[in-house]
Write a protein that binds this ligand. Structure first.
Ligand code: FES
Length: 229
């Protein structure tokens, strides 16, 4: 079965079973091919391992992390949103199933990477404040998420996983497209809370839908100061 078909099959079958509570449905947005800063398609096997890469999807101002974990992600994870909606995440993409993507908006108080500063990023190494390696860590109040398991919450006050970005990988070209989200989106709250700042950063285009392509770049290039903790 083609990977693309497999994702659709999984998305459908995951919600076919009788549910005790409402299920969180995948939300499909306009397709966007992941490209490098020169506009060339990004290839899964060329994504460096354990590096913070950032892109914006499904809206011009909503940041996401793209990560090559350097090892296969778990093939599935059963997760819940803060509203107690269940969903099943179906692992990474690419030849090694190691490429994953998540909203970079912290599920606690929505700290997110701006061009000036970022309190949230992937950390390969443990630290004094981080007993886990290979986590997405928000230094605001130390929420930590496991990117190899659907960004489930490992520690801290976050009430739900980071929303997953649904990726489709084409084995023939090794290219990747973002197609939607799965889990607890916080985009409405995000646009409400940061309306003034987002207007300064993006003009009137903060809520513009991304389609066609979206540029992936290193967080080091995108952000002037990364807070590590
Ligand atoms: S905003 Fe991320 S832990 Fe509070």
């Amino acid at each position: 079965m083609e990977r693309r078909d497999f994702i659709r099959f999984c998305a459908a079958s995951a919600f076919a079973a009788p549910a005790l509570a409402a299920d969180a449905q995948p939300r499909f947005y306009a397709r966007a091919k992941l490209v490098d800063p020169e506009g060339e398609p990004l290839h899964a096997d060329a994504i460096p391992a354990n590096r913070n890469l950032i892109f914006h999807y499904p809206f011009a101002a909503t940041p996401c992390f793209l990560l090559n974990l350097g090892r296969p992600a778990k093939s599935s994870a059963l997760l819940k949103t803060a509203a107690n909606e269940r969903y099943e995440w179906h692992g990474g993409v690419g030849p090694a199933r190691a490429v994953v993507a998540y909203s970079a908006i912290c599920a606690h108080k929505m700290s997110y990477p701006t061009k000036d500063i970022s309190f949230i990023s992937f950390r390969a190494e443990k630290s004094a404040r981080n007993k886990f390696g290979s986590v997405i860590h928000c230094c605001s109040e130390h929420s930590q998420y496991d990117p190899a398991e659907g960004a489930k919450v490992l520690a801290g006050p976050a009430p739900q996983p980071l929303a997953a970005i649904l990726l489709e990988h084409d084995p023939a070209t090794d290219e990747i497209e973002a197609v939607g989200t799965l889990g607890g989106e916080m985009f409405n709250e995000f646009f409400g809370k940061f309306a003034f700042r987002l207007a300064l950063e993006h003009g009137g285009r903060a809520q513009a839908a991304v389609s066609g392509s979206c540029v992936v770049q290193s967080l080091d290039n995108y952000c002037r100061q990364q807070v590590k903790c």
